[in-house]
Design a protein around this ligand. Structure first.
Ligand code: GLP
Length: 266
């Protein structure tokens, strides 16, 4: 796991977007796992800017989102489908038919989850998975004690998550859906490469526990310690509680692949 620590969240957004753009250039039919949340907004903005500046072609890219609220319509501004259309899909030349978000309105939710897993397999698996970090350590909506081999499924939301996500629901945690559909931890671990993107002082504690703490089921992000190729891109504020941060900085500065990106940010 490489941990790339950058001065600000703007640097994080730029580097992450460049890395995604490079993967698309290298593989025009990339299967991209998408995340939502505030951290991702700036990344999609950057990616859209790069697409415009460098005629980046999304026409063959396929995307799979991590999660969706149950009972919220795709047209509803609070749904993750709406978020994705607004921040990303409507702004690049991606084919809407190639964008997958679990359907939180499906009448048979379990069948929907199974079909979602099958669609990922049919696409050849996820090449690059973008991940944010919930402040309770969840990835996707994999709440504490999600099995590390879990697949896409119906997941009740933790009270903490409903509080954190209340902003989009008038500030009232009671109005946040009680359940969501989420890719499983196992689905995420199957991705060929993953990028965990974390910014802000408020994430410093949970990031340190996720990366340097013991692997525990109550912090599902600790499962990423088992990922075959996970990189963490973080700003100084979120990295502040990492004990070995000077080692990570030094390590990354010696890896040619990261040096190129770091030089390009100056
Ligand atoms: C939600 C999403 C997660 C996301 C998390 C962090 O709970 N289900 O996938 O990583 O929010 O969001 P933010 O970037 O707003 O802190």
């Amino acid at each position: 796991m490489d941990i790339v620590i950058l001065p600000t969240s703007e640097h994080v957004e730029k580097l992450t977007a460049r890395l995604v753009a490079d993967r698309i250039k290298a593989k025009p039919n990339l299967v991209l796992g998408c995340a939502t949340g505030r951290t991702m907004e700036g990344i999609y903005d950057e990616l859209v800017s790069l697409a415009q500046a460098h005629a980046l072609d999304f026409s063959r890219v396929r995307t799979f989102n991590l999660d969706e609220y149950v009972g919220v319509s795709p047209d509803d501004a609070r749904s993750y489908r709406h978020y994705m259309n607004r921040h990303f899909f409507s702004r690049v030349n991606i084919d809407a038919a190639n964008t997958y978000v679990p359907n939180g309105l499906a009448t048979d939710l379990e069948a929907e989850c199974d079909a979602y897993e099958a669609a990922i397999v049919a696409a050849g698996g996820i090449d690059l998975q973008l991940l944010g970090l919930g402040s309770n350590g969840h990835i996707g909506f994999n709440e504490p004690l999600s099995g590390f081999q879990s697949r896409t499924r119906v997941q009740p939301l933790a009270p903490h998550t409903r509080e954190q996500n209340a902003g989009m629901f008038g500030g009232d945690p009671e109005k946040v859906p009680t359940t969501a559909l989420t890719m499983g931890v196992g689905t995420i671990l199957d991705s060929r490469e993953a990028l965990l993107v974390v910014t802000g002082e408020h994430k410093a504690d949970i990031l340190a526990r996720s990366l340097e703490g013991p692997v525990v089921g109550v912090i599902t992000a600790t499962a990423l310690q088992f990922h075959r190729r996970c990189h963490v891109i973080t700003d100084e504020a979120a990295a502040a509680k990492l004990n070995l941060r000077e080692f990570y900085r030094d390590e990354v500065s010696h890896l040619p692949v990261w040096r190129g990106y770091l030089n390009a940010l100056d």
